[in-house]
Design a protein around this ligand. Sequence first.
Ligand code: ADP
Ligand code: MG
Length: 242
Amino acid sequence: MTSVVKTVNLVKIYQDGALPVPAVRGVDLQVEPGEFVAVMGPSGSGKSTLVHLLGGLDTRTSGEIWLDGKRVDTLSESAWALLRRKRVGFVFQFFNLVANMTVGDNVELPALLAGASPKVARERRESLLAALNLADRADAAPAQLSGGEQQRVALARALANQPALLLADEPTGNLDSRNTRDVLRLLGTVHKEGQTIVMVTHDARVASLADRVVSLFDGEIVDDGRIARRRTGTAGEVIDLR
Ligand SMILES: Nc1ncnc2c1ncn2[C@@H]1O[C@H](COP(=O)(O)OP(=O)(O)O)[C@@H](O)[C@H]1O
Ligand SMILES: [Mg+2]
């Protein structure tokens, strides 16, 4: 089975004036198809840098990055842009919707950019908006939606091209608890349908939704543990950290 993500001794050192700032220091990470991985760690531990590297939004200093069995750290920026449109979905803390486009057009855009026919893009848009319960808001502007609704739209947009990998950087970091619950429910649903997810969070309750928690400290993986779940009939879901 080909890993969706594989990094080999991945290093990112920023240059802050004359001072080198090591943000990611020798990360070996493998993520298998269908896995839901939460990345945790204190502020400044390199979480955002790591997921940006995985999505080609930043370039590595050394080491290797493989997506779906293809080496990507050596790709040119334009090759990356093409690959990202088709294979990677991104969700950020601050939604990043296009403000002057309707909700519907925001969801439809990635498919069009990736070269889908207008008919296919339109079908995808309708099914995603329906799945989000936002079909009646298709013509609204993003600013007319609540934070949770906007983040669900951002998630729909990230999923529009059925990416091999969904990357999320603190997708609930800016939401109240009710909106957090709505976004997590949607993440749980797409995970059940087989979507591979790597999600940065500093919230243990959010992380408990994942199969696996990878902890970063000073740019290194210091812990990598699977979360065991079992159904216990009436007691519901029992979660214990191994
Ligand atoms: N563009 C940048 N230029 C210089 N230093 C950066 C840049 N981005 C991040 N860093 C530094 O890299 C380290 C890791 O940052 P980051 O990946 O944002 O951590 P986290 O997401 O875990 O809070 C921090 O020391 C941060 O200051
Ligand atoms: Mg961050």
